[in-house]
Design a protein around this ligand. Structure first.
Ligand code: ATP
Length: 205
């Protein structure tokens, strides 16, 4: 991201430049309303920045803060939808099992709990096996075992060269998996600090 600027009448984001490289997990933290989800939407192309640019080398998958599951489709069809659109095969069982979601694949979103809907939205993004996966608040509402499973999965995929950009308020979880964390704050929000591996290990912020 190069020098992104975005206003909704009021200036929200200014001069945001950050980079996620192959095989890296990069975190974004910051107070409510700073513009983190707006940044995610700009990366996804859902929102247009006023200026600046997002340069993507490879494929992108995004799990938004809202789950955006289609209520008339079962969890299995929901998580496979992006792959299906691309004409690719989809076998969600193994990853669903790891996330504790396997028993829910044949149910409709309204028939499963909020945490399981969250997991479905994350699984839908991860199944894409994209070069860059953006996860907005992936740990919210997940039980401890599911969080551990998700952290292990992210580390595994990172080892295979996949990159992740993760927005989260759950710093303990984020700091366990991130290589670097950008701290956004202020209005307009600016990158106030970049925390590296060593500082994260010491429980910075
Ligand atoms: N489409 C929109 N129209 C007008 N204002 C918007 C729009 N989208 C976001 N905003 C405003 O931009 C600001 C940043 O919102 P955003 O959701 O990006 O923050 P956030 O950092 O993700 O917050 P949180 O930590 O609460 O999830 C807020 O003041 C919000 O009201």
């Amino acid at each position: 991201m190069k020098n992104l600027r975005k206003s909704f009448g009021e200036l929200i984001l200014s001069g945001i430049s950050l980079e996620v490289k192959r095989g890296e997990v990069v975190g974004i933290v910051g107070p409510n309303g700073t513009g983190k989800s707006t940044l995610v939407k700009i990366i996804a192309g859902v929102e247009k920045p006023d200026s600046g640019e997002v340069i993507l080398r490879g494929t992108l998958a995004v799990a938004y803060q809202e789950d955006y599951l289609l209520p008339w489709k079962r969890i299995r069809e929901n998580v496979c939808l992006p792959l299906k659109f691309r004409g690719r095969d989809c076998s969600p069982e193994e990853l669903a099992e790891r996330l504790g979601l396997k028993g829910y694949l044949d149910l409709y979103p309204k028939e499963v709990s909020g945490g399981n809907r969250r997991k479905a939205a994350i699984l839908r993004a991860i199944l894409m096996d994209a070069d860059v996966t953006v996860l907005d608040e992936p740990f919210t509402g997940l039980d401890t075992a599911s969080i551990e499973a998700l952290l292990a999965l992210i580390s595994e995929l990172k080892g295979r060269g996949n990159a992740f950009l993760i927005v989260s308020h759950q710093l303990d979880e984020l700091f366990r998996v991130a290589d670097r964390v950008y701290v956004l704050s202020g209005r307009p929000a600016l990158v106030k600090k970049v925390l590296g591996r060593e500082e994260l290990g010491k429980g910075a912020v």
